[in-house]
Design a protein around this ligand. Sequence first.
Ligand SMILES: C[S@@+](CC[C@H](N)C(=O)[O-])C[C@H]1O[C@@H](n2cnc3c(N)ncnc32)[C@H](O)[C@@H]1O
Length: 221
Amino acid sequence: MKTADINPEIKDDELFFKIIELVKTRKPRTIVEIGSSTGLGSTQAFVRGILEAGLECQLCCLECVKPRFDALVRNVSRHPFVHCIRASSVPVSGWMTDDQIAEFWHAHPDLPMRRFSVDMLQRWRREDIAESADVDHDGIAAACRTMRCDRPDMVLIDGSAFSGMAEMKATLGTGTYVLDDVWDIKNWDAYSYLRTHDGYRCTFQNRGVRNGYAVFEGSDV
Ligand SMILES: C[S@@+](CC[C@H](N)C(=O)[O-])C[C@H]1O[C@@H](n2cnc3c(N)ncnc32)[C@H](O)[C@@H]1O
């Protein structure tokens, strides 16, 4: 069973400060953070951007692992504009299948996930699914209902390594995407999809931070 004992990942690094800058300049009214963990990493960047810019903005944090979710609530509950939802982002039917994981592994010899075996990746997928077995699988839909929007203005995709594409598709039309781990299995497909999407342009990317991150902005927002 996973615990709350996990270090914040997006913390005081380039992506952390990029999130603050994006919030201040794009001025979103609704944000969904997929994979909030204990709320001490990327969540703090969103909160800081909202507070410093004085925005009327709601932030929905999705986290499915109970001890992390409990810590998240403790860490952000003083901010009335933050909603914490214990749910999985999207139904498992949209996640990468075992076959797709194997196919991806063989097609991408240069990506960091190659240091793990296909078996290992497939085992992690099963573990991620098991970790979210006791929660609803409509987290993104629940976030949109909570914030009364059709789709959020800004989305961070930083949840399971096997659901990035499904999460991007479930939020397509959002104004700004922040994708972590774009040079890895988590967000490579979503990154590749958005790069060729007429409605989006990649406004920033850096391969040098962990497994890379990228920002995409919609052209009609
Ligand atoms: C890479 S960590 C997030 C790190 C965090 N953004 C930070 O800056 O510290 C991924 C988190 O996503 C959560 N998670 C995994 N699958 C999820 C899902 N389907 N829906 C919501 N959260 C999920 C995990 O429990 C984990 O806490």
